[in-house]
Design a protein around this ligand. Structure first.
Ligand code: CA
Length: 238
């Protein structure tokens, strides 16, 4: 499965309806009954998109959305908010909730899936294509396979997430703390040197066939996916 959607809804019937239709549409689905449970799940394994009911016991959907927007790791997490009536949707649009789109209950499952896809396309254009490429590197998001040329590269879940993040943002330098945030998730109990160790393993896997190194180390800062500097002498004759 490619895209992971977290449904935050306290009504079991609506939650089941959403989960059923999203799974049928090919999404990987997780469920939370309230805002607190949602926050815990997001910290554990950040989803690609959140479907968030406005009316929740305890922490409201709006408050949860605002909290997520304030945290760097979830500031850009796409959110589709569910509202009870059209008037409420219009009122919510006026508030700055941070949601990317609103769907009014009762909704048609087909419409909801279409909205989810549209929000994903806007938020993460790379997902629409389902294949990320850079130089001779290719990541198929649907099958979760990575290739360098014709060679398939086996990666752990974390290495895959790290590479995916770099592939979605080529040439951009990320500090280790940023990578920690975006790849390992909120408040993960992981040290900065874990990032270095994972980069090391990723590099080893990517360059196992003796290919040029596409992961650039920016000393004292972090890492970027980049084309290597031209070598002073070719390593092998063409
Ligand atoms: Ca509700």
């Amino acid at each position: 499965m490619t895209v992971r959607v977290l449904i935050v809804e306290d009504e079991p019937a609506v939650r089941r309806l959403l989960a059923y239709n999203l799974e049928a549409a090919g999404f990987e689905v997780a469920e939370a009954r309230d805002g607190e449970e949602a926050l815990r799940q997001i910290e554990e394994l950040p989803p690609d998109l959140l479907i968030l009911d406005w009316m929740l016991p305890g922490l409201s959907g709006i408050e949860l959305c605002r909290r997520l927007r304030r945290r760097p790791a979830t500031a850009a997490l796409p959110v589709v908010m569910l509202t009870a009536r059209v008037e409420e949707r219009d009122r919510l649009r006026g508030l700055d909730t941070g949601a990317d789109d609103y769907v009014t209950k009762p909704f048609s499952p087909a419409e909801l899936v279409a909205r989810v896809r549209a929000v994903l396309r806007r938020a993460r254009p790379a997902m629409a294509g389902e294949v990320l490429t850079f130089a001779d590197l290719r990541m198929d998001l649907a099958s979760r396979r990575v290739f360098r040329g014709n060679r398939e590269i086996p990666l752990s879940r974390t290495e895959f997430r790290l590479l995916r993040h770099l592939l979605e943002n080529p040439h951009r330098v990320f500090e280790r703390a940023q990578l920690l945030d975006r790849v390992w998730g909120l408040d993960a109990d992981v040290e900065l040197r874990t990032v270095d160790a994972t980069i090391r393993r990723l590099r080893r896997a990517l360059n196992a066939g003796g290919e040029p190194d596409l992961v650039r180390t920016v000393r004292g800062t972090g890492y970027a996916l980049d084309l290597p500097e031209p070598a002073p002498e070719p390593l092998s004759a063409p």
